[in-house]
Design a protein around this ligand. Sequence first.
Ligand code: ZN
Length: 551
Amino acid sequence: MKQLPRPAATLVLLRDSAAGPEVFMLQRSQNAAFVAGAFVFPGGALDEGDGGERMRARVLGLDDAEANARLNLPTGAIAYYVGAARECFEEAGILLAVDEHGAAPEPAHIARLAREREALNAGTLGFLELLERERLCIPADRMAYLSHWITAPGRTRRYTTRFFVARAPAGQDGAHDDAETVASAWIRPQAALDRNANGEIELVFPTRSSLVDLARFATAAEAFEHAAGTQADIEVNAACWAVGNDGKKLFRRADPAYAEIHWCDPDETGETCYDIVPGVAKRLDPLVTRITAPNPGAMTGPGTNAYLVGDDELAVIDPGPDIPAHVDALLAAGKGRIRWILATHTHTDHSPAARALQTATGAQVIGRAAPAGNNQDRGFAPQRQPTDGERLQLGTVTLRAIATPGHASNHLCYLLEQTGMLFTGDHVMQGSTVVINPPDGNMRTYLDSLERLLSEDFAVFAPGHGYLIGTPAKEVRKLIRHRLARESKVVRALAQLGRAMPEELVRAVYDDVQERLHPVALRSLAAHLDKLAQDGRARCIDGAWGLVDAP
Ligand SMILES: [Zn+2]
């Protein structure tokens, strides 16, 4: 049976030292039931007492709505703040507390409470009783939400743990309890990472990842401020298992297949496949199956993705290149149910199979006709050309067309309204950068089309190339940032060089790209320069580019 993760909280305490900020770490006993022997931050499972009205009155500086929003919970988020502070006192002997007016307690008061820790750990005293008796409160505003970790399935104990970071209260050095934990230390994050790399101490992934995060900062205040500024944006890290050519493997959030594995395997069976294998139908969810065409390459990644959408009647989105084996694979997966064929755009890796597929099925062809230019499938003959925002009722599913010119002037994304899956074609790709090739490709409209995707909430992106993409809005913001950063580089190079030919500019602007790719980069550079010209910031005279105010 599937093990459900238990709620837990962890507190990363920071203090300054001459060599930089330090964190408080504990070594768990070899007999511990969870991550035995590893060095960790103080933390553990929530207690029933961490929630509740009376405890709520002991928390200052954060209201319920804000706490729930930060932790992305419908209710009860405050309990995680309390649990983190409680565990920190129980395990590390450091009490993060203020008086009822928010002021730091007297050192003598805190010193007196140190002995209550044993009673707390023995269960003869409750944390709530202690706080009430001593008229102390948890300063939740001094705890910044840092990260969210869910233990991978398959362990006997699983936790859904919220990590917080706080500056250690002055005058409390902390110590392990010699029971659950057998050693403790204040240590610089980088020093802990180095000792882990040398094999001296063991760290589990969430601990190591947090240390990497915190090793960047020069002071405890800087680290805390950074965390406090990003806590509205924390994503869950839920490692997951999947199978494939290299056997059973664990996937983490940074892995390209991570979001797809979660989407395809909501029950965490670990049996979904992490490989993209051309020609092999991959069922993504009850409404969508993907078949990748056998056209892998530098521009197409693993190949062009065709999606079969629906149940009794199917729409094929982006039939792909006209390769007989691929058309056969689509027909086999369609089992006589293909009624509609849609194209996101008419580049030759996306729409040409529409003809063979239509001949075989009689399905209706939907999309926009090919514009002029290279690499266009001029034979694409749509019987229906959707307008922007048009909702296509196709059997039991609804696909809404969203005009997204930029990569191609006739580009449409299609939103499957039943699940929030957006078929992005080449507007957003996974694993490679979208090529903007003028004149049909246009950087300015491309950026506008990206912005447009931010005005709506999508559950997941199903791109024309690569895996499903999770956290769509975050991905779109990243793409916009990436393009604008490149544009800034173009402007800087123009400012520096005065007037320059594209061949000269490309070396300055794409110095991070291998030279053999510079011919492709020249196309993107042209797109950036066209945009700057449209924006009125740059101009071209006799093939040489300069800023408008250049001499
Ligand atoms: Zn394309």
